[in-house]
Ligand binder design. Structure first.
Ligand code: VG1
Ligand code: CO
Length: 544
């Protein structure tokens, strides 16, 4: 089949953000918009010609249409084999798993993750390299540069493929394999965790849990692994069917958007364990009975207990956390005698550390936790890790975490998001903070003395690449911190994220309400950044 060359013109706005290119569906539906970005991937990634490409997405609105477009373009650009998830479905960690297992030259994930889906909502596309991880800045910059000059793309004239039947097909000279999206991932999980112990826990008669798939991609994964393999009672997985609009929901597993699940963990009939995952299956929220585990604490607890899971029984080589993530993991790393790295926000910054074997576990405050088993954060993996701990330690979630705090101290932590604010106001706010930074060290703000204040910059210890302007950090004596940065995943206006952390070594002060414990620092952050005056917002939209 002859490939067709289509003339096109650059769009000026195809710069990938924290995790790929995210725009409104209608933006992606403009003629040539998706095509330009995809051609830029092929033009800058020559190994894909003659190679194998994994393609899949989170099932959101426009997923199926986008996959057909990408497959035709892949065929025209000389890709030898495409591995596609059945129905076009693949979670982000499953794509990473497939790239690594089948040693492919890369993968394309279609998702806007935790952002809502539907004709008026969000869509996204992300390229993962042959290590299975999100493309590093050097690659996304090259793709973006290419989109600025692109004049043509290649496709073939061919009908849509049937993606609902597992099997082999051909598209021009390209082989297409429609694969079970769950099987390879489930097999990997079985190697990492003690499935027998978890099976016993589920059948003990004294453990009740729910997993909320939020009508997003993890439904089929959770049903197969939790219910079919591990024997959890049918119905354990709620909202398990992936829907193009996530059932009108916001597939973001946090206390605000996974509210129904949170309620099930409260009151007299409370569940022992609740967990949820996001649109593309890479985030996780962990709940116990009347207990919320902050993602920062979750990383620290997993690091301290990793040896209890078969896949990590030899211990961990090191740990990494994104800069705004609390320093709870640092204390565990110190006691284990391993390194703890602080990286900019975004999973792509963990890739080199994982590839070099410098770290085993890593995580972000934004409900992302993962390990060297793949090169993405992994929602269900974190849930299985927690289930493994609960099964082995025979304690409740609350007991495990409060015991952890007694041993290491507690890092009180919260994030306040001001969403959809004016973009100019947001950049003005950050510019204003940058001006204040040099004068802050040594200053007294309320009861706190500023130890350091900077705009975070990171030098990758493996390849020496430098990322600057990654967020405002204000550190206080005693380990408390205020961090502020603008989101890189939104599709309209700007989102200001304010991260607040305070270290409390005294166990007698470990059960304060979080917002109360952090109130003085929250106030300092609001005043310093002039949040209300500059954004018109007196209160954040989302508190996690
Ligand atoms: C957010 C989170 C970040 C995460 C990113 C992608 O980015 O803060 O930690 O890596 O989303 O997650 P930002 O720039 O909006 O703060 V996912 O699950 O949306 O791929
Ligand atoms: Co996600």
């Amino acid at each position: 089949m002859q490939s067709t060359i289509v003339d096109t013109k650059p769009f000026g706005d195809q710069k990938p953000g924290t995790s790929g290119l995210r725009k409104k569906v209608r933006t992606f539906q403009q003629p040539h918009y998706l095509e330009n970005f995809v051609q830029a991937i092929f033009d800058t990634q020559p190994a894909l010609a003659g190679g194998t490409l994994v393609v899949g997405g989170d099932g959101r609105y426009y997923n199926r249409e986008a996959i057909q477009i990408i497959l035709r373009m892949a065929a025209a650009n000389g890709v030898a084999t495409a591995l596609v998830g059945q129905g076009g479905i693949l979670s982000t960690p499953a794509v990473s798993c497939l790239i690594r297992k089948y040693k492919t030259q890369g993968g394309i994930v279609l998702s806007a993750s935790h952002n809502p889906g539907g004709p008026d909502e969000d869509f996204g596309i992300k390229f993962n390299t042959d290590n299975g991880g999100p493309a590093p800045a050097s690659v996304t910059d090259a793709i973006y540069d290419r989109t600025k000059t692109i004049a043509q793309y290649k496709t073939i004239d061919a009908a849509d493929l049937d993606l609902d039947e597992i099997g082999k097909a051909a598209l021009g000279a390209m082989r297409v394999q429609v694969i079970d999206p769950v099987a390879d991932y489930a097999e990997l999980m079985e190697h990492l965790f003690d499935f027998n112990a978890i099976h016993h826990l589920f059948n003990s008669g004294s453990f009740r849990m729910r997993f909320d798939a939020m009508h997003a991609v993890t439904g089929p994964y959770a049903k197969e692994i939790l219910e079919n393999c591990l024997g959890a009672e049918p119905g354990t997985v709620m909202n398990g069917e992936p829907l193009p609009d996530f059932g009108h929901g916001h597939p973001d597993p946090n206390l605000v958007h996974a509210h129904d699940l949170v309620e099930l963990t409260q009151g007299a009939a409370a569940l022992d364990f609740g967990a949820a995952s996001d649109g593309d299956g890479d985030r996780n929220m962990i709940l116990g009975r009347e207990f919320f585990v902050t993602p920062s604490d979750s990383l620290a607890v997993l690091a301290a207990n990793a040896h209890l899971a078969p896949g990590y029984k030899a211990g961990i080589t090191g740990v990494a956390r994104s800069m705004p993530t609390s320093q709870a993991a640092d204390r565990v790393a110190e006691s284990l005698g391993v390194e703890c790295y602080e990286t900019p926000t975004g999973w792509k910054f963990f890739g080199n550390l994982l590839d070099a074997g410098r770290i085993t576990l890593c995580g972000e405050e934004s409900f992302g936790t993962g390990s060297d088993h793949v090169r993405e954060k992994d929602g269900l993996w974190a849930v299985l890790f927690w289930l493994n701990l609960l099964a082995v330690r025979r304690q409740s979630v609350a007991e495990i975490v409060t015991e952890h705090w007694r041993r290491f101290g507690r890092n009180y932590y919260t994030r306040h998001d001001y969403e959809g604010i004016d973009s100019d106001a947001a950049s003005g706010l950050v510019d204003h903070l940058r001006i204040l930074l040099p004068d802050l060290p040594g200053k007294q703000l309320g009861a706190y003395t500023v130890a350091y204040a900077d705009d975070f910059s990171y030098t990758d210890p493996v390849d020496g690449s430098v990322a600057t302007a990654q967020g405002i950090r204000i550190g206080f004596e005693g380990g408390s911190r205020i961090v502020m940065r603008l989101s890189g995943t939104g599709t309209s206006g700007a989102t200001l994220r304010v991260y607040i952390e305070q270290y409390e070594p005294d166990p007698a002060r470990h059960d304060l309400p979080v917002q109360e414990a952090l109130a003085p620092l929250i106030l300092i952050a609001r005043e310093l950044a002039q949040i209300e005056a500059r954004t018109g917002r007196a209160e954040p939209d989302v508190i996690t």
